[in-house]
Every structure is written in C-alpha cells, then in structure tokens.
Design a protein around this ligand. Structure first.
Ligand SMILES: Cc1cc2nc3c(=O)[nH]c(=O)nc-3n(C[C@H](O)[C@H](O)[C@H](O)COP(=O)(O)OP(=O)(O)OC[C@H]3O[C@@H](n4cnc5c(N)ncnc54)[C@H](O)[C@@H]3O)c2cc1C
Length: 302
C-alpha cells in the first residue's frame, strides 16, 4: 500500500475546482433524456471559471464536450469519458444601447426573445421563437427557422480557444443553414453581442402565431426537434413521411406520427434505439430518393 505520512492520499488528477462533479449524469441535462455520465462535469459560474476549467482540460489533452441546453444532443448511454463544460450558468444580459446587447452564452434563447425582443418590438421574433436551449448552442448551430437565424442578429462572439480568449466579428460568410465556421468543435462561445432593430410589425402577434404553429405541427415530449437537416430545396420530414416511416418503433423510440423528422424518446429509449431509427431513416430515404440525409442532432460517443 502506498504511504503518505499518515495524510490522506490526494488524487492529483482531480480538477481543483468547487464547480466540478465526478461521474455526473448527463441524461437529465438533455431534452432527449438519454446519455450516461460525464467523467468530469464542470459547471462554471463565470467566464473566468470556464476559462480555468477549459485550460485544465486542454493542458491534460482531455476530450472536451461543451453542453448548453442539451436540446440538440444525443449522448451515448456509456457517457462521456472526458470533461463536459456546462455553459448554462454563464448568464447575464447587458444593454449596450441603440438595440445592442451583450449576452452570456448560457442565457436561454427564449429569454432573449421574451425579455429583449418582445418588450422592444424588435424584428426577428419569427426566426427565433420556440427554439429551446441557450444562446451559445443557438450560435454554434446557427439555429433558426425559415424566417432567419441567430447569426443574423449577432455582431461578434467571444470565444475560448486553446490559444486563449478571442473576439470574432460576425459576417455572413461565417454562417450558413444550421452551421457556422467561427467556432471550432472544441472551442467555447462565452458570450455574444447581439443587435436588433425595431420592427414595423406587431412582434407579439408574430410570436403568438409561431408558438401556436409549433403546438399544431410539432409533437410534445423528449426529443431534439428536427433530427435531420432539410436537403436543398426539400423537406426531410416530407421525404421520411413519403417513405411511410411515421410511427416506426425501435425499443422505446418512435418516429413521430405528427412530424416525421422528430424521433421521440417515448418510453426510456436507449441511445441505440434512437440511433437505429436514424440509420433506418437514412437508408430508406437514400434507397427511395437517392438523397443522403444529414443529421442536425449532435451525436456524442465516448
Ligand atoms: C422541440 C424542439 C424544437 C426545436 N426547434 C428548432 C428550430 O426551430 N430551429 C433550430 O435551429 N433548432 C431547433 N431545435 C434544436 C435546438 O433547440 C437548437 O439547435 C438549439 O439552438 C441548441 O441549443 P442548446 O443550448 O440546447 O445546445 P446543445 O444541445 O447543448 O448543443 C448543441 C451543439 O452546440 C454546442 N454548443 C452548445 N453551447 C455551446 C457554446 N457555448 N460554445 C460552443 N459550442 C456550444 C454543443 O457542443 C453541441 O455541438 C429544436 C429542439 C427541440 C427539442
């Protein structure tokens, strides 16, 4: 047995932070309610704490996963063997004047709509209404709707990278449909400067319209929203529906009867249940239409 002069042995590999948790369950932090534990979960309250945790992981060449609201994540039941950096406590919205704001990455996108856009009747509510998750996750995904996406309302983002903190001014060349080029896979969006202009429409009416539309067209329950991106000039949901796949089950997962691009965790579905349906959809749509569907959901394996 190793001796240490009677002192308790310290695990020198433990992260030296009070905001870290070991073997931390991830499923409750995703809207799929699927996924095993994180070896280490970091829940920083400030950008400085996020930076310290990130540097600690990068220095050890530890696999890093950034987790926002978990609304677009399908995590393996075996969990994540490295460090998961939660951004949800990086809150706070600062008013900069003239329709400009600086918001922490962990602010829910819904709060930006309800607390910033609606009270000021800012244009763009139709692009951002009803999207769960955080501002950081929305920027990483360039989330939005047919009416526009979050990057259009963004002037700059602050990133944490292995080389340090940097500010990237936003420009249209840096984003496209549900993807972007300004933030790498293992980099962290800490905050963003948003800019809005006053609308000539009643944005509360726009909001109510789109909330109602989602109620009518989207199923309720544990899911990630649209599983697949729409192929150019097409709709993934329509392709899947035409293949007759609505209602198809695999274990506890099912392709929604209401919206074919939604795969629901209906009854304690496993990672493999959902993945099995994803593969079935891809194979079936390709066999029938020769179109390769691309996942919008982020699939996280150990
Ligand atoms: C019911 C439902 C409806 C939805 N409707 C829409 C919709 O209309 N339009 C749409 O675009 N999406 C939609 N989504 C998908 C999802 O809500 C969006 O992609 C959302 O923006 C993801 O944000 P999040 O904070 O939950 O990110 P997460 O799911 O936590 O993460 C998504 C990705 O972003 C990365 N990430 C998260 N935060 C950061 C950060 N701070 N820095 C760097 N990387 C980060 C993660 O590593 C991961 O790769 C829907 C989802 C659901 C469940």
């Amino acid at each position: 047995m190793p001796q240490n002069n009677g002192e308790p042995l310290m695990d020198t590999s433990s992260p030296p932070f009070d905001f870290v948790r070991e073997q931390y369950p991830l499923a409750p932090h995703t809207l799929y309610r699927i996924g095993g534990p994180a070896r280490w979960a970091f829940l920083p309250r400030t950008a400085n704490e996020a930076k310290a945790a990130y540097t600690w992981m990068v220095d050890r060449e530890m696999p890093v996963l950034i987790l926002g609201g978990g609304s677009n994540m399908l995590i393996d039941d075996r969990g994540f063997p490295g460090g998961v950096l939660f951004t949800t406590r990086l809150r706070g919205v600062e008013t900069l004047g003239a329709g400009r704001y600086r918001s922490g990455a962990g602010v829910p996108l819904a709060d930006i709509v309800s607390s910033v856009m609606l009270p000021n009747n800012y244009a763009g509510v139709g692009a951002l209404t009803g999207i769960p998750g955080t501002l950081g996750g929305a920027l990483y995904m360039n989330a939005g709707t047919i009416n526009g996406s979050i990057c259009q309302f963004t002037e700059a983002v602050t990133l944490l990278t292995p080389e340090g903190v940097k500010t990237v001014p936003m420009e249209p060349a840096l984003y496209r449909y549900r993807s972007q080029l300004f933030c790498g896979k293992h980099e962290v969006i800490l905050d963003a400067q948003l800019t809005f202009s006053v609308s000539d429409k009643d944005e509360v009416a726009v909001y109510n319209h789109y909330i109602q539309r989602r109620r009518e067209t989207q199923p309720q329950g544990w899911c990630c929203g649209s599983v697949f991106k729409n192929p150019p000039d097409n709709h993934a949901g329509r392709l899947i529906e035409t293949c007759g796949l609505k209602g198809t089950r695999r274990g506890g997962a099912v392709i929604s009867e209401k919206h074919a691009n939604f795969i629901m965790n209906e009854d304690n579905a496993s990672f493999e249940d959902v993945l099995g349906l994803i593969q079935l959809v891809k194979d079936t749509v390709y066999a029938r239409f020769g179109i390769r569907l691309e996942e919008e959901v982020r699939i996280i394996r150990p």
